[in-house]
Design a protein around this ligand. Structure first.
Ligand code: UDP
Ligand code: MN
Length: 274
């Protein structure tokens, strides 16, 4: 039975992140989630991608970009694009839902993960770079205008120590590291696709149990090229190198080439013939 008051939520402020969100949406549908699929988009997303998103997500909601304006901190992280992730905070305004799970558009679901809705706000998995901080690519929350207001107020007063949503949310939900182990999602729900390289023995032992993978970092699956004959994603020699495990990048491309590309092309054809 579909559960109509709970939703998986993602965000795209551009067409490329929209393509990532489509792969994510297909992976959730493929594993037969009983929850609603919602995407927040900003005006930059083109009408073609919106139409394709409409076919995969139950709700496509346009919001205005929210920038932290904290360019100094962002420059420190060499990720000036991350300011836009403050837009993420607007997921707390989705009060038509009682509980939600936020997933970054660069995540991919490997099995049904509806059990995440058994968790409470604020549940998240450790960040691989600093495990006493949670990573904000996957988290469980309860939409609330009151919490949204408190978050914005907090942001105005304290800013974000990394210039993005992760720094802010870690300061706001500051006792996550020590207070309640039920709010620690297993790393398998937000497996950084470079973990193969950083802790290979653990990956060999536990990697097959991965439930959600996250292509964290500046290089994303859509920055790769794909050879459809060999079904291998590869990087061009002069492109910045990412360190994602190839099996996950290939899986992302499998979904992308079989479900997303045909839908986008079909839409383009319809547009051209009209
Ligand atoms: N995002 C977006 N447009 C951008 C950058 C980020 O829509 O230009 C959204 C998207 O949902 C993305 C999330 O914000 O997955 C967090 O950014 P990203 O995944 O690039 O950060 P990372 O996980 O690599 O730290
Ligand atoms: Mn991400």
């Amino acid at each position: 039975m579909p559960v109509t008051d709970q939703a998986f939520v993602t965000l795209a402020t551009s067409d490329v992140y929209g393509l990532g969100a489509l792969v994510l949406g297909h992976s959730l549908r493929h594993h037969r989630t009983s929850r609603q699929l919602v995407i927040l988009i900003t005006p930059q997303v083109s009408s073609s991608i919106r139409t394709v998103l409409d076919n995969v997500f139950d709700e496509v909601i346009e919001v205005n970009g929210l920038d932290s304006g904290d360019t100094a901190h962002l420059a420190l992280m060499k990720r000036p694009d991350l300011g836009i992730t403050f837009t993420k905070l607007q997921c707390w305004t989705l009060i038509q839902y009682s509980k939600c799970v936020f997933l970054d558009a660069d995540t991919l679901v490997l099995c049904n993960v509806d059990e995440l809705f058994d968790r409470e706000e604020f549940s998240a998995a450790p960040d691989p770079g600093w495990p006493d901080c949670f990573n904000t690519g996957v988290f469980v929350f309860r939409p609330s205008l009151q919490t949204y207001g408190r978050l914005l107020q907090f942001a105005g007063v304290h800013g974000s120590f990394d210039g993005g949503d992760q720094g802010l949310l870690n300061s706001f939900f500051h006792n996550w590291a020590v207070k309640d182990i039920d709010k620690h999602l297993p790393f398998l729900y937000n497996l950084n696709t470079s973990s193969t390289y950083t802790y290979l023995p653990a990956f060999r032992q536990f990697g097959h149990e991965a439930k959600i993978v996250h292509f964290l970092g500046a290089v994303k699956p859509w920055s790769y090229k794909y050879n459809p004959q060999s079904r291998n994603a590869y990087q061009e020699l002069d492109s910045p190198t990412g360190h994602h495990d190839p099996q996950f990048v290939n899986l992302w491309w499998k979904v992308y080439s079989s479900c997303v590309v045909p839908a986008v092309m079909k839409h383009e054809e319809v547009k051209l013939s009209n």
